[in-house]
Design a protein around this ligand. Structure first.
Ligand SMILES: Cc1cc2nc3c(=O)[nH]c(=O)nc-3n(C[C@H](O)[C@H](O)[C@H](O)COP(=O)(O)OP(=O)(O)OC[C@H]3O[C@@H](n4cnc5c(N)ncnc54)[C@H](O)[C@@H]3O)c2cc1C
Length: 112
């Protein structure tokens, strides 16, 4: 640590901790992140890694998810890390699953 005091201390260097640290640093705040492991080992490096702003209710939450996606793309581009804007394919095996998918399409189209 370069300083004795900081504006914010964050525990955990998973995606949530790092996202908060990044957002604060972008606002000019000094931040320290405490991580108990010597290398990334939490949920953030073990799961699928989809940047997938669906499943959020229309309005504020969906807007926030789109903002999060934009931040990811900005970071990945700056870090020269690959990402694949492929969309996603959802298979409905049963009629009730297809009904949910159709309802989702209606809702999402209506909300833009
Ligand atoms: C199967 C599966 C698939 C998923 N797929 C996706 C996906 O495609 N897209 C997506 O956006 N989300 C996905 N998620 C969800 C996502 O992985 C998690 O919501 C997210 O990674 C949680 O991040 P986190 O920072 O809270 O936790 P973590 O990544 O687990 O980070 C927590 C960190 O805190 C550290 N820590 C804990 N306690 C202390 C302490 N006392 N002192 C210091 N350090 C500490 C840990 O060592 C760890 O590094 C998936 C989840 C699952 C289970």
């Amino acid at each position: 640590m370069a300083a004795d005091t900081v504006d914010a201390a964050i525990v955990g260097a998973g995606i949530l901790g790092l996202a908060h640290a990044y957002a604060l640093a972008r606002r000019g705040r000094s931040v320290v992140v405490f991580e108990r492991s010597s290398q990334a080992a939490g949920a953030s490096v073990r799961n699928f890694g989809m940047i997938w702003p669906i499943g959020q209710p229309a309005g504020r939450m969906h807007d926030m998810a789109l903002g999060s996606r934009a931040a990811w793309v900005e970071l990945l581009t700056a870090a020269r890390l690959p990402y694949f804007p492929t969309g996603s394919l959802h298979l409905a095996y049963r009629a009730d699953e297809a009904a949910v998918a159709r309802e989702f399409c209606l809702v999402i189209r209506a909300s833009g």
